[in-house]
Design a protein around this ligand. Structure first.
Ligand code: SAM
Length: 369
């Protein structure tokens, strides 16, 4: 079994920032953690999905290492390899210092995590099966800027659904920091006033756990808000096994005006007017949902019923397939008109093609005779 790694003495993170004259950049929302106990708590939490073994012998991908405070704790806890993805090249000298001290266990990558294919970092690693009982020996972590953590989370949920990018390696667990309010929304159960679109899409694809809170004073410079550390472990099977974009659109629409009853907000899935009334009734008839519930009260089973009923209705009524609530009436009518024009044109083309083949067949028959 791998043992925790003892790194040679290095300047501490605060000294590194001073040595390399690095000041936090506001546009990259840089807030550094400098205290060793806080850094180590994060690294310890990163190893928890692996039980007693922790990070020993694991591959860790850290996004936004900055000067390398968390990185150092991850290495010290025995991670076999730590691959960092950092956008700001000012951190290269301090990361290289750590790389030398780690004897190559630290791999440095410059890039923007929002368009990075993480799976290319370990091309030779065996790809375990998604349904394997144990988790793959990889974890993805980061103390990210708030303006990056939510878009990254959405991108990761999409990739969880399609099993791409880092999820080509199975159910990779994750640990990230979020603004505390966002973290609360991610874990909010049905009936909680924080229950939102984010709660449903996160919980549809992953087991989400709120680990602990960090005060603003844990960071340099301190942010104005508190920070929640959240872990996510992909589920073997999502509750609603449909494409992310579809589930996200349905949940966003029905959650819009979430203090209203679902008999109103479910209707937003359909173009206004007669069609809305008819199709809303049809959707409720296909489910056993109480129309007076608030969207925030819906369980994952309820959302599954809504999504599958909506999918069926879209298949039966192609003109509403691309309807997105929030279009003006004109845009919506225009969209329907476009849809019916496209449908007419498609039919005309099909007719032309059929008659063309019929003529061909006739010609062939005549030639044979
Ligand atoms: N991990 C360090 C710590 O805890 O002290 C730094 C945290 S700081 C909040 C966020 C880090 O993410 C910064 O180093 C910043 O340059 C980096 N970053 C910001 N946007 C990024 C992106 N799109 N891709 C990769 N890194 C990014």
């Amino acid at each position: 079994m791998a043992v925790p790694r003892r790194l040679p003495p290095l300047p501490n993170t605060a000294d590194l920032l001073r040595m390399y004259r690095i000041r936090a950049q506001k546009q990259l929302s840089q807030n550094f953690i400098l205290q060793p106990t806080i850094l180590d708590r994060f690294a310890k939490a990163a190893g928890e999905p692996f039980g007693k073994e922790g990070l020993r012998g694991k591959i860790v991908v850290e996004v936004g290492p900055g000067p390398g405070g968390i990185t150092r704790s991850l290495l010290a806890r025995g991670a076999e390899e730590v691959h960092v993805i950092e956008k700001d090249e000012r951190f290269l000298p301090s990361l290289r210092l750590l790389q030398d001290a780690s004897r190559g266990a630290l791999k440095i990558n410059l890039g923007d995590v929002l368009n990075y294919n993480i799976s290319k970092l370990f091309p030779t690693l065996e790809k375990p099966h998604w349904l394997d009982r144990s988790l793959p020996p990889i974890t993805l972590v980061g103390n990210l800027p708030f303006n990056v953590s939510t878009p990254l989370l959405i991108r990761l949920l999409k990739h969880m659904e399609t099993k791409e990018n880092i999820f080509a390696y199975g159910r990779v667990p994750m640990l990230f920091t979020f603004q505390r309010e966002v973290a609360h929304r991610m874990i909010a159960p049905p009936g909680d006033q924080e229950r939102s679109r984010l709660s449903v899409v996160c919980q549809n694809y992953a087991q989400v756990r709120y680990k602990y809170t960090l005060d603003g004073s844990s960071f340099v410079p301190p942010p104005d808000v508190k920070v929640g550390v959240v872990s996510l472990v992909p589920l073997k099977q999502p509750y609603i096994d449909l494409p992310f974009e579809f589930v996200n659109r349905v949940v966003t629409t029905v959650m819009h005006g979430k203090r209203k009853e679902i008999k109103k907000t479910v209707g937003q899935l359909f173009p206004s007017g007669y069609m809305r009334l008819k199709l809303t009734d049809q959707l409720f008839a296909m489910t056993d949902l109480d129309r007076s519930l608030k969207p925030t009260a819906l369980t994952m089973d309820d959302w599954e019923q809504i999504c599958f009923a909506h999918k069926q209705i879209c298949e039966d009524n192609p003109s509403i397939r691309n309807f997105v609530y929030g279009f003006t009436r004109d845009e919506c009518d225009h969209q329907l008109l476009e849809d019916s024009r496209a449908q007419k044109q498609r039919k005309a083309e099909e007719k032309k093609r059929d008659s063309f083949y019929e003529e061909d067949e006739k010609d062939e028959e005549e030639e044979e005779h």
